[in-house]
Ligand binder design. Structure first.
Ligand code: BMP
Length: 212
């Protein structure tokens, strides 16, 4: 089944919990990033995980022993998945994957950022990153909904891996990403909408339509 992942990028714990409560029946997972974790503390992952599984988007990109510590903190606080930067290289990816195994967690690897700057450097190596992440045994990839042609190429390198695509909506990315991806990650166009539930419902219907 394809999924709708809600990126909760607000900077207030209570607002985040309110958004999560309002939308948890319409989305499949939550994703949290630095704005929320730095402002609310890492326990926010545990709090949110009482409603839906949480992906800790710490975009881990450090030397292996530090990457492992960061991943360990996320999983100890009930994250079900972490996001790492593929450009950090095989040793970091392996270190994070080893930690994930201890918690039965998942590792998603960023190929190239969905923003225009993602093409500048990462775009040149994203297919290699995808290939390497697969060889190492990572569970999934993060790939841009803003560059469908590139996403299609990444899909080819990633047989058997889950691909989640950010960039739909506020960044101009297309729902066509769902042709190649296993899910979309959406933040602002849901939580900043006049009616977040309606927008989440609309997106969820697309996700379900592409799941058939
Ligand atoms: P929004 O839908 O508001 O643009 O948010 C997208 C979310 O996905 C943010 O949390 C961002 O950090 C994340 N993301 C992204 O936008 N592009 C990427 O390439 C990788 C991401 O994790």
């Amino acid at each position: 089944m394809k999924e709708l992942v809600l990126a909760i990028d607000v900077e207030d714990r209570r607002v985040a919990l309110r958004i999560a409560e309002e939308l948890c029946d319409l989305v499949d997972r939550f994703k949290v990033n630095y704005p929320l974790i730095l402002s609310s503390g890492i326990r926010i992952i545990s709090e949110l995980s009482e409603m839906k599984p949480v992906i800790a988007d710490l975009k881990i990109a450090d030397v292996p022993h530090i990457s492992a510590k960061i991943a360990n903190l996320a999983f100890r606080n009930d994250a079900k998945a972490v996001i790492v930067h593929g450009f950090a290289g095989s040793d970091s990816l392996k270190a994070v994957l080893n930690v994930a195994k201890m918690f039965d967690g998942e590792v998603y690897v960023v190929t190239e950022l969905s923003s225009p700057g993602g093409e500048e450097f990462m775009g040149k190596v994203s297919l290699e990153i995808a290939k390497k992440a697969k060889e190492i045994g990572c569970h999934g990839l993060i790939a841009p909904a803003t560059r469908i042609e590139k996403l299609r190429e990444i899909r080819k390198k990633a047989e058997g891996m889950r691909i989640l695509c950010p960039g739909v909506g506020a960044q101009g990315g297309s729902l066509e990403a769902l042709r190649y991806a296993d899910g979309i990650i959406v933040g602002r166009s849901i939580y900043e909408a006049d009616n977040p539930r309606n927008e989440a419902k609309r997106l969820k219907e697309h996700v379900q339509a592409y799941s058939i």
